[in-house]
Ligand binder design. Structure first.
Ligand code: DGL
Length: 272
């Protein structure tokens, strides 16, 4: 019966919804439990140790909901905590970095890949390290874009402030003749129109959510955990704080109404 359990997904905020969207489209009969750590967003400017602690707590919360696998729908957490999570927990734990890196390698023709992400993901060289370990001949150029996270959380997807900030952050990458750009933060696909406009039509944007959904599918199959339910899956949302914008931005992004957003009490849930 374990295959009827939900898949757990976590992020620091709403960014992981970009992954939920891909999972729900690909694994239509799977139930999903989403946890957004909105009380402690952003993760991208915090120390590795703090992000590891939060990631373990987030995973424990999802396990309290009896999930069969956990998707770390946060590149920051994936880049610093994936090994700890995979060591600590017995269920499949899927991160963003490897699938996104592999997808980018598969897309580039001129072997020049750009990566944008949080300060943490960029400083930890999560993507450049992974890409170069697979193909050392590829040139990787990285740029932290920390202001994209609050813009996405605000739902300012097409706001002129987003466009100005994107022009500033992407100026150098734009001049480097890259043909592929990894959106190395799950919040960034929310701003993909603006980013694509600045980079131009010849640059392929890589959404790690698409790449990781494929990996989740394979992992479930490999571990005999696929749902055999004939029903369409449902998604339940939990957050550590309910920002006024969560529901509207989530609905805008998922393209459908969401009903209940539950608040998780940090103190009681995250005591060992
Ligand atoms: N969405 C997250 C990521 O993919 C984290 C953003 C943040 O909390 O700084 O890195």
């Amino acid at each position: 019966m374990s295959n009827l359990k939900p898949i757990g997904v976590f992020d620091s905020g709403i960014g992981g919804l970009t992954v939920v969207k891909r999972l729900a489209a690909m694994l239509t009969n799977e139930n999903i439990i989403y946890f957004g750590d909105t009380a402690r967003v952003p993760y991208g400017s915090k120390s590795n140790q703090t992000v590891i602690e939060y990631s373990i707590q987030d995973t424990n919360f999802l396990l309290s909901k009896d999930v069969k696998a956990v998707v770390v729908a946060c590149n920051t957490a994936s880049s610093v905590a994936i090994a700890d999570l995979q060591n600590e927990f017995e269920i499949p734990i899927i991160g963003m970095i490897e699938p996104g890196a592999e997808m980018a390698i598969g897309k580039t023709n001129n072997k020049k890949i750009g990566v944008i992400g949080t300060r943490s993901t960029i400083n930890n060289k999560a993507y450049s390290g992974k890409i170069k370990s697979i193909d050392p001949t590829i040139k990787v150029y990285e740029q932290a874009c920390p202001l994209f996270v609050p813009l996405a959380e605000e739902g300012w997807t097409n706001h002129k402030a987003a466009s100005e900030i994107a022009k500033e952050y992407l100026k150098e990458l734009h001049e480097l003749d890259i043909d592929t750009l990894v959106l190395g933060c799950t919040h960034y696909p929310i701003l993909s129109d603006v980013i694509q406009k600045v980079m131009g039509p010849n640059v392929t944007l890589i959404d790690s959510g698409i790449a990781s959904a494929e990996v989740v599918k394979n992992e479930l199959k490999k571990n005999n955990l696929e749902s055999d339910s004939p029903e369409k899956g449902i998604c339940e949302f939990f957050v550590s704080d309910i920002p006024t914008t969560f529901k509207s931005v989530a609905e805008l992004f998922l393209g459908k109404q969401i009903h209940d957003v539950h608040k998780v009490d940090l103190e009681t849930l995250w005591q060992d």
